[in-house]
Ligand binder design. Sequence first.
Ligand code: ATP
Ligand code: MG
Length: 442
Amino acid sequence: MALLSFVYVAAVDFMERQTEETIEAELTGLREQYRDLGIFGLGRIIAQRAAAETEMESIYLLIDDEGWIIAGNLDTWPEAEDLVTNRVRFSIEPSGNLGPRRFLGRTVELDDARLLVARDVEDKLRTQALLVNAIGLGSGLMLVFGVIGGFVMSRWMLSRIETINRTTAQIMDGDLGRRIKVEGSGDEFDALAANLNAMLERIERLMAGMREVTDNIAHDLRTPLSRLRSRLEVALMSDIDPTIARRLLEETVADAEGLIATFNALLSIARAEAGEHRASWERVDLGLLVQDIQELYEPLAEEREIEIRAAADPAVVVMGNRQMLAQALVNLADNAIKYTPVGGRVTLAATHIESAGKRAPLLMVTDTGPGIPADFRAKALERFVRLDPDRSTPGNGLGLSLVNAVAQLHNAALELADNAPGLKVSLVFTPPPPATAAQRDG
Ligand SMILES: Nc1ncnc2c1ncn2[C@@H]1O[C@H](COP(=O)(O)OP(=O)(O)OP(=O)(O)O)[C@@H](O)[C@H]1O
Ligand SMILES: [Mg+2]
């Protein structure tokens, strides 16, 4: 509306100025004539010009001191409304014409006469009136549509928020499987709904995981605990041989150690999943780590007649927690040796691969054992999952869970694949940021 008002004022101002300027130019000419030719000369010129005005577009009137008309195309001096000095506005009804017409003019006081020159501004005033109407109508429409549009928009938005509110209230009331409706319009509300749904999905998954872990702990630890108790009960019998009692107690201590180890493994997995180790990240050379673990497992491998090799490239560096990475590698080496039959070969490798156009650090453990069938590879990563529970090997199915948690902690991609024969476990890390001089020297 402010813009339209500005347009109106500018247009009116322009029109008036145009009229005034032409009148002013004409008056200047007439004044010169008066100076050169006197009142009679001016009277003649005025008479000529007045005669030429058949359409009465311009008005000329020259009167003497007493008010007698000397020349002009008007019978009387018009009743004018004075605007400012010498500027007049009046309206007359010319004969044989349709309706009154408005004029804008100027008067000049000469030594012995008065002169009036005016122009018809009826058309211009009509245009101005039209402009006022158009601006009024435009503003009115704008207001009406603005109010309606604003109302509809806000109703629509509030209803979308209301939908989300209602669903979240239902979820809070215990209907945890409920999801917020995505309209499919692809706008911010849809994005919000999708995010909330993803969040709910994740919370539900985590809760299910937690429940499963609790169930598993209860289930898997009950057997060793009851075994522990019955051993202690036997050892407490009064008529038992002290050497047998002693052996039973030793076995019980070993059982208790196993239980502690299981709890420690569970704690490590929980800590890795919670991202607790991120505070102590440092640059870790996977090559050195691979060599250390290979040396550590050399005696055990030899005992089982398995060849264990380290294939380490220089400077395979990642940002991470050294202890957690070592634990993951130990678990993989442990599995490889545990499940590979006599005469097999285990390789621990640290190298680089091209991934998405970048050189990514890669940690890989391969063996020549039975491997894991493709369908069971995802399952093997879960807590307490042992693929062949009757197997004679010890363990409680937490090794790969920890490897998985460590991989997630380091944003590394964990993949179990077929080594034909055997299992190939690979961890692809994101490349570390360039080392500072201090880190390189240190
Ligand atoms: N290198 C491998 N070759 C064949 N099977 C494997 C291999 N590594 C793991 N598995 C299978 O995956 C299962 C899960 O492995 P995971 O390391 O999580 O548990 P575990 O070795 O049984 O026990 P833990 O590691 O807790 O002592 C194992 O029980 C085994 O069946
Ligand atoms: Mg294991």
